[in-house]
Design a protein around this ligand. Sequence first.
Ligand code: PNS
Length: 162
Amino acid sequence: MVHAVYPGSFDPLHNGHLDIIRRASNIYDRLTVAVLNNPLKDNKLFSIEERLEIIRASIAGMPNVSADKFEGLLAYYMRETRASVIVKSLRAISDFEYELQMAHLNRQLNPEVETTFIMTATRWSYVSSTRVKEIAMYGASVKKLVPKASFAALKRKFANST
Ligand code: PNS
C-alpha cells in the first residue's frame, strides 16, 4: 500500500490544489494532505484549524484522502506516518529550481522517500493562494478559483468579498 503525502501551506486551498489532490488520489492508495503548522512564522490569513476545516470539507467524498497538520521537517513527518511518497505540483519552470532543492534535501534527510511531481492543470496554472487572497481582499470574486469552503471562508474574512 503506497501512502503519499501532499504537503503545503494551503492558505487557503484553491482549485489547483484540489485538482492535484484528485489526481494523486487516483494514483496512490492513500493520500494525506499535510498542512505545515509553523507557529513561529505565522503570517498566514487562516489559522491551521481553519485551513484543515476547508480541506476536510473539500475532500469529503474522496475515501482515500485525509487531512493532517505537521510541524518541523517534512522528511521526519514522512517517517512518523510511514508515508513513502511526497506529492508536489509544478505550475511552471519557475517552480522547478525550488522544488528540485527540496526534493534533494528531503531525500537526504529520509532516503526512503521519493518526491513525485504532478503538472498543474493548464486551467489552474496561474492560480496561487497569494493571488486568491489579494483578489478577495479587494472585494473581487474568486468563486471560479477556489472550492466552495474556501470561498465561504474568504467571504467571512473579507466581509465585502463577492
Ligand atoms: O505551499 P508551500 O508554502 O509552497 O509549501 C511548502 C512546504 C510546506 C511543502 C515546505 O515549506 C516544507 O516542506 N516545509 C517543512 C520544512 C522542511 O521539511 N523543509 C525542507 C528541508 S530544509
